[in-house]
Design a protein around this ligand. Structure first.
Ligand code: SAH
Ligand code: SF4
Length: 345
């Protein structure tokens, strides 16, 4: 059965037209779901009984099952069970500017970046748009507060699940949906070049972040398998294309791995690669995982790297570390932990 949360407003309007109902009923259903947050079709009192019955027979309106939650001062990490029993994670982060949620886009990930825990769990399947929407609804219900921004940086490669991700974005961005402003939505990709170009034409003011993590093909080949399919030059061209088409600034994510990509030479090389592009670099402290071959670059090395980029005119920030105790910051989700958690439940 299809979930009602898989539907964009336009799809729901089309559905109502197709069953000879007034398309504006879609707006009413959206308001019930996303503004009033009802949990059953019976509560939609401006929908006729017969239509309610039709909706009940055609759509699943259930949310996800919360299996576990870990909280610390600035983060909540959630483990959700999907209807088919698969488990996914999402993380809430409290910033001074508001609340942000990091959602997962797939069960597992096939990109196989050698430093990333999510890649250890091979992709089982894509998430539907509704399963991603429901991660946000579940968290808002839990904390009884509204989320102000969303990053698609949990488990999975969003551009390997492109159509569902775009539906998800349109649902949460809809003023009648969760109404999260496009500028507060960020997609992070490991660099699927054709999809970056497609994203450039979506005509929406959302943000793009690229997991670059290396200043040359030699290092990137070693740590990111995807670089074998799309070389660094091609990726940089795609970023340039996206910037030219959208006029939007792109975030370059660069995880600082000790003795792998953290030298001053790397910083110099990176600044050459990025010269003239409207980007800013976000240096990410590595969250050490079961990939024992990778260690976190020491703080002074990160600062030297930062200074080198800065001196060479590149916009750069260092990402603040979140939730050390529960090691659950966004982009550092541990897929294997999903498996571990399995033993507790
Ligand atoms: N698949 C997408 C989005 C999810 S990963 C992507 O790769 O962009 C989100 C970010 O977290 C990526 O930049 C990824 O490289 C980074 N990341 C993965 N494992 C990490 C770890 N252990 N510590 C810090 N960042 C990590
Ligand atoms: Fe997948 Fe992103 Fe992890 Fe690479 S970094 S394995 S693309 S989740």
């Amino acid at each position: 059965m299809k979930s009602i949360f898989d539907y964009k407003l336009s799809d729901l309007s089309d559905y109502f037209s197709s069953i000879n109902e007034k398309p504006f009923k879609a707006k009413q259903v959206f308001e019930w779901l996303y503004k009033k947050r009802v949990t059953s079709f019976e509560e939609m009192t401006n929908i006729s009984k017969s239509l309610q019955e039709k909706l009940i027979s055609e759509f699943d309106i259930s949310l996800l099952t919360l299996r576990r939650k870990q909280t610390s001062e600035l983060t909540n990490k959630y483990l959700f069970e999907l209807n088919d029993g698969n488990l996914i994670e999402a993380v809430l982060m409290r910033h001074d500017y508001g609340l942000s949620v990091c959602v997962s886009s797939q069960v597992g990930c096939n990109m196989g970046c050698s430093f990333c825990e999510s890649g250890r769990l091979k992709k089982v399947r894509d998430l539907t748009a509704g399963e991603i929407v429901r991660q946000i609804l579940m968290i808002e219900d839990d904390i009884n507060e509204r989320i102000s921004s969303v990053v698609i940086m949990g488990i999975g490669e969003p551009f390997d699940n492109y159509d569902n991700i775009m539906d998800f974005i349109r649902i949460i961005n809809d003023p009648l949906g969760i109404a999260i402003g496009a500028r507060h939505i960020t997609v992070s990709t490991s660099g699927i070049v054709p999809k970056i170009k497609e994203y450039a034409h979506e005509n929406i003011q959302t943000n793009l972040a690229i997991s670059l993590h290396a200043p040359n093909n030699e290092i990137r080949d070693r740590i990111m398998k995807i670089n074998k399919a799309y070389k660094l030059e091609e990726l940089i061209d795609a970023i340039k294309y996206y910037i030219d088409e959208t006029n939007r600034r792109v975030t370059i994510e660069y995880v600082m791995l000790k003795d792998v990509n953290d030298s001053v030479e790397c910083a110099n090389e990176l600044s050459d690669v990025l010269r003239g592009l409207n980007v800013y670099v976000n240096l990410i402290p590595y969250n050490e995982t079961s990939h024992i071959e990778y260690k976190k670059a020491p703080n002074d090395v990160v600062m030297k790297f930062y200074d080198t980029l800065k001196k060479r005119g590149i916009n750069v920030t260092v990402r603040r570390e979140f939730g050390g105790k529960i090691d659950a910051a966004c982009g550092q989700l541990r897929a294997s932990e999903v498996e571990k958690w399995n033993h507790f439940i």
